[in-house]
Design a protein around this ligand. Structure first.
Ligand code: DGJ
Length: 736
């Protein structure tokens, strides 16, 4: 039963493991296998397609498996590691062996805990795996503790490690910048170290994301090939590493970014790393996305099984110019278009320092009586009168130096001792020190007071518009200043948990300057996130495409905004703006009083049609068809119900040239044996499409697709360079 000899780079290392001690975890279509023999190292053996028990038994003979499942530093030479510490006596090495393996099954999950101890020191690591019975996701994380006489310093503390067999492995990941978030990058894994990281301190997904997908069979394909995906469930600074060294494997590590964050662990204290969610699919990138979406909706996202309301947000409509009449008019307009919720954005608060622009008042969450003499209560009642719900904007983790809060509590801000505060937005913004329990209580109270005074508030837009720019906490001891980033997010999570315990059904949006807080560490407390401050529909096609790799449409706030667009100044026709927003959680971000009656009618119609497909968009399975990043002149995707009796197909032209040859888009994911009637939504053309009301088999649509005209058939003066289509497919049955 014993194996084997492992050779590399001229060195010979003898390694052994016992195949009989293999343990496995399974989800409906995947299996993870480890070798976990007491007294030995924990070894990774396999993660991928579901295996039979016979294969699980013999898999140990199928390859050269010599990878510690959680590599530690100090006794193995030069490779990258997951955990590196300095013991209380200065020793820098770890040598962990298995002391126990526990397997449990409950609540639709199977959990394996592998307990390990250092061979010399009273230093312990538990490696945990949790597999879901109904979705193809396995979460893994570790718990670290010790009983050494003095504290141990954790210098590196990844959540997990995964070896990936070399071949032609490609990585898909998201990058960007403010107003250009969620851009898709796809690249082959080449020798060297590829690192994706965040150091913002507050928001972690503007410039890169803590999620990746690995296509194992060459260039990434949306609907074919084996893919392993990984999403780090953490709201703070992270680091993902892929080391392609001299061996046959790529070595993937993910966890908290340890830079400037060395953690001093006291005797008996437990350090728990964030979870890394792994998923595998043999149905390409879209298949892996479907797994993450299902898991996200069912287990991670707050209220992930509840349909989201269609809303109007006031920001791009009026910016800071809040007043009662204006709010009433916006509520009246969104209600008349069929919307269900109005959200009053920034600018409603401040007494001594009224919020007239972005340079004051954060922290003073009292209504500005000059703007709103009758307070929030009257707005909530006004919303009732219009038969819609009311929501409100706050940015509770922040203050301005010209605020009453800062005047009273100057020591509550994140700031290096003995230095002037570094100021952010508006030249006056500062971040509150969430490591401080008093600050945590204060933030909880902002929400609690508001909700106690106005229990009918239905929605909170929670913003966060600044990074940690100078390192220092007045609360954390001098010796432990390197804990700041970690303690900030622990504090943040505690506040969120308290809010959720009391207000489980309140809808809360993670705004974070748009796109700054799209991560699964935070989504258990938030219902959705604002995909980007950039509402330009064409650029949104690209950003929403990337974001959809890991996050379901129900979480992606997508709004119809004015033209020229306020970020890109591009003029895009309303039909296209609607068709893009309708692929996510639909909303509006516009001053309705500036819209023509014809535009309002188009929106009213779109809102009504969205209500028909809302369930399908928000809970359906995604199939991405043609990527905007492939520069074929068109992007296309669809959502399909799990029963495959309904589907919605999106087609957006991304460029316009005369006599251009756009590909005919083949559909995916339909039932080949079903017939589907096709109906166009948001129709603006003078004539219906040739296939309007016709039915086609799923097999025909998947083999051939439908020919979509490149332009809209509209009167000459309405012609423009954009075109988009939404097709609704419904199974033919006795009712149609
Ligand atoms: C940034 C957000 O992303 C915007 O939507 C808006 O809420 C502003 N902040 C308000 O200051």
């Amino acid at each position: 039963m014993r194996k084997l000899v492992y050779l590399f780079a001229g060195l010979m290392t003898v390694s052994q493991y016992v195949v009989a001690e293999n343990i496995s975890l399974s989800t409906p279509n995947t299996t993870l296998v480890l070798s976990a023999e007491k007294g030995k190292n924990l070894k990774y053996i396999y993660y991928g397609e579901a295996l039979t028990s016979a294969d699980i038994e013999s898999i140990g003979y199928a390859g050269m498996y010599n990878h510690d499942a959680y590599p530690v530093y100090g006794m193995v030479g030069a490779g990258e590691t997951a955990l590196a510490v300095k013991h209380s006596d200065g020793n820098m090495s770890l040598d962990m062996y298995i002391t126990d393996v526990r397997k449990e099954k409950n609540d639709g999950k199977e959990t394996v805990v592998i307990e390990m101890k250092d061979r010399v020191y009273p230093f312990y690591v538990n490696v945990n795996y949790e597999a879901y019975d109904d979705v193809d996701v396995i979460e893994t994380w570790t718990e670290i503790k010790h009983n050494e006489k003095k504290p141990v310093v954790l210098n590196q503390f990844s959540s997990a490690y995964l070896p990936l067999r070399r071949g032609e492995v490609w990585m898909s990941h998201l990058y960007g910048a403010w107003a250009n978030e969620g851009r898709l990058a796809q690249e082959p894994l080449n020798p060297g170290l590829k690192m994706i990281k965040n150091k913002d301190g507050v928001r972690n997904s503007h410039t890169a994301h803590a999620e990746v997908m690995f296509s194992l069979d060459g260039k990434p394909q949306e609907n074919n090939g084996r893919v392993i995906g990984a999403a780090l469930c953490y709201s703070g600074n992270y680091k993902l590493r892929v080391d392609t060294d001299e061996s046959d494997y790529h070595h993937f590590f993910a966890g908290i970014n340890e830079e400037n964050s060395a953690y001093t662990l006291n005797k008996g204290e437990k350090f728990e790393t964030p979870r890394l969610a792994l998923s595998y699919s043999n149905e390409g990138l879209s298949g892996c996305s479907r797994n993450f979406h299902r898991w996200g909706r069912n287990y991670k996202l707050a209220n992930g099984k509840v349909e989201r309301k269609i809303l109007l947000n006031s920001w791009e409509g009026v910016y800071f110019d809040i007043n009662e009449r204006g709010m009433d008019q916006m509520m009246c307009d969104i209600s008349s278009m069929g919307g269900e919720l109005f959200v009053m954005d920034d600018g409603w608060f401040g007494d001594k320092y009224p919020r007239l622009s972005d340079n004051s008042s954060l922290g003073d969450w009292v209504v500005d009586r000059n703007k709103l003499p009758n307070g929030i209560e009257s707005l909530v009642n006004d919303a009732k009168k219009h038969n819609i719900k009311f929501g409100i904007w706050i940015e509770p983790e922040m203050a301005n130096i010209n605020s009453e809060l800062f005047e009273k509590n100057p020591d509550w801000i994140v700031k290096a001792a003995g230095r002037e505060p570094v100021l952010g937005r508006g030249g006056t913004q500062v971040v509150l020190d969430l490591a401080n329990p008093k600050v945590q209580d204060y933030i909880y109270k902002i929400v609690d007071d508001m909700m106690c005074q106005n229990p009918d508030i239905d929605y909170i837009k929670w913003d966060a518009n600044m990074s940690i720019m100078n390192h220092g906490s007045n609360y954390i001891t001098k010796d432990n200043q390197s804990h700041l980033y970690i303690e900030f997010h622990r504090g943040f999570e505690k506040v969120c948990q308290r809010i959720r315990d009391k207000y489980p059904t309140l809808t809360i949006q993670a705004c974070a300057s748009g796109g700054g807080r799209a991560n699964y560490g935070l989504l258990p407390y938030f219902d959705e996130f604002w995909v980007s401050d950039n509402t330009d529909a064409l650029q949104r096609v690209y950003m929403q495409w990337g974001t959809s790799y890991f996050f379901p449409a129900i979480a992606m706030a997508s709004h119809i905004s004015a033209t020229p667009n306020h970020q890109t100044f591009r003029t895009i026709p309303l039909k296209y703006r609607i068709d893009v927003a309708m692929s996510g959680r639909l909303g509006m971000e516009i001053q309705p009083k500036d819209m023509t009656e014809e535009e309002k009618t188009l929106c009213r119609n779109a809102i009504s049609e969205y209500k028909d497909i809302r369930h399908l968009v928000q809970f359906g399975d995604i199939y991405r068809l043609i990527s905007p990043y492939d520069n074929l002149g068109v992007a296309s995707m669809m959502y399909i119900t799990p029963e495959k009796e309904k589907a919605v197909f999106y087609w957006w032209k991304t460029e316009h040239f005369c006599n251009q040859h756009l590909p005919r888009v083949k559909m995916e994911g339909l039932d080949p044996s079903k017939r589907y009637v096709v109906r166009e939504l948001n129709r603006i053309d003078n004539e219906p499409l040739s296939f309007e009301g016709r039915s086609f088999s799923g097999s025909y649509l998947m083999a051939n697709g439908l020919d979509i005209p490149y332009e809209h058939n509209v009167d000459y003066h309405k012609k423009n360079d954009y075109a988009s289509r939404i097709l609704y497919l419904e199974e033919v049955n006795s009712n149609n």
